[in-house]
Design a protein around this ligand. Sequence first.
Ligand SMILES: Cc1ncc(COP(=O)(O)O)c(C=O)c1O
Length: 425
Amino acid sequence: MDQLFERARGVIPGGVSSPVRAFGSVGGTPRFVSSARGPYVVDEDGVEYVDLVCSWGPALLGHAHPEVVAAVREAAARGLSFGAPTAAEVELAEVIGARVPMAEQVRFVSTGTEATMTAVRLARGATGRDAIVKFAGCYHGHSDGLLAAAGSGVATQGLPGSAGVTVAAAADTIVVDYNDIDALTRVFDEAGGRIAAVITEGAPANMGVVPPAPGFNAAIRELTARHGALMILDEVLTGFRVGPSGWLGLEGGYEPDLVTFGKVVGGGMPLAALAGPARVMQLLAPVGPVYQAGTLSGNPLATAAGLATLRLADAGVYAHVDRRSAELQAAVSDALTAASVPHVVQRAGNLFSVVFREQAVADYDDAKAQDTAAFARFFHSMLDQRVALPPSAFEAWFLSAAHDDTAMARISDALPSAARAASHS
Ligand SMILES: Cc1ncc(COP(=O)(O)O)c(C=O)c1O
C-alpha cells in the first residue's frame, strides 16, 4: 500500500482525487480499494474491511447491489452517453417528486457541488440580490462562494476558505454560527435587502453530525420568507438516506424553495440534482434567464443506478439502517465508556458521529473543540482490525441495508481494543 501511495503522490496531488481520502487528519497511508460488495471493501492487498464509509453516503443498499449493477450494465449496453434527453431522466424526476412533493421540477447535474452552486445562482437570479448566508461548519461542495469560512464574531463577512477564492466571491457570503437563530435574525435586520438565500444542510453532517435545534430550520424558513430571500435545503448527504423523503420528510413543518440532492440519488454513480417548485425551477435555462448546463448531466448509467436504488430503497431498507445505526451507536458508546473515554454520540435520524468530548455539539466551534488525536488512535485500531471508519472526526459514520449480523459482530469485536487505544495518549 505504501508503494502505491508513493506512486500515486508522484502523479496525483496528495495521491488522491478528493482531499479527505488522504488520511490527512488521522495520519498513515490510505487503503487503495480494489472492490466492494455488500458491507465490505477490499483493498489492493486483498484485505477485506467492514465499511462504515459507504462511499460517503451513496451505498445505502450496500456496495454493488446486484440489481443496481444489472441496471447499470443494461443501460451501458444501450450506450454510455447521448447528450440528449432520456425517458429515464423523466422517470427519476417523477420518482423524486413522488417522495418529496415540493420537488415539482428537477434539474440533474453530476455532483453535489454543481447542485448547490446552481441553486445559489438560481436564488440570485430569482431575487436580483447578491449575498448568500451559510452556516459555519456546513459543507456545500467546493464552489467559490460556498468555501467561505467564518471569521470571528457572531456573523462575519465571509473570508476566502481556500487559496484561489477571490475576496470578492467570499464577500458575498455571510457566515453565521449554526443553530444561532438570533444571529441570523440580526443579519437579516442589517442586510436583509441584500440576501438572495440562506443555504443550510438538512441536518449538518460535515462537522460531525449536528442536529438542527428544534424549530431552527422552520425559523430559517420564516425569516427568509419575511425578507424575500430563498431557503435552500442541502440534502446532498441526508436526501434519501435518513428516510424515504430525506430530512425534510423526517422533520416536516416547513418547505424550502429549493432542495439539493446527491449521493444516494445516483446510487454510487456521478449524479446529483436540484429541485423545487416550478415557479422557481422555471427560471433555469432554457425556459428562464439563469444559465446552467452539463455534457454528462442526466447520464444514462447514472440515472439507471439512481432509479434502481430508489426503487429498492423501501421502508424495510430504512428500518434496517435505523436499527443497525442504533445498535452501533450503543455498542460504540458502551466500549468508550468502559475505557473511560469522554465522548458524545451525535445523531440525526440514522446518521450519527462520535465526538471525542464530553459535551454535546451545537455548532462548528464546539465540534472543533474535541480530542481529534483520540479519534485518530481509535480509527487506526479499528482499521488494523479490518473496520474502515471515515478517516476524520468531522464525518458521519455510514451504514447500509447490507450491514448484517456478521458485519455488525466484526465491528463490535473490534470496539473494545479501539476504545482502549483512544484512551491512551
Ligand atoms: C451536504 C453536502 N452538500 C454538498 C456536497 C458536495 O457534493 P459533491 O462531493 O458530490 O460535489 C456534499 C459532499 O459531501 C455534502 O455533504
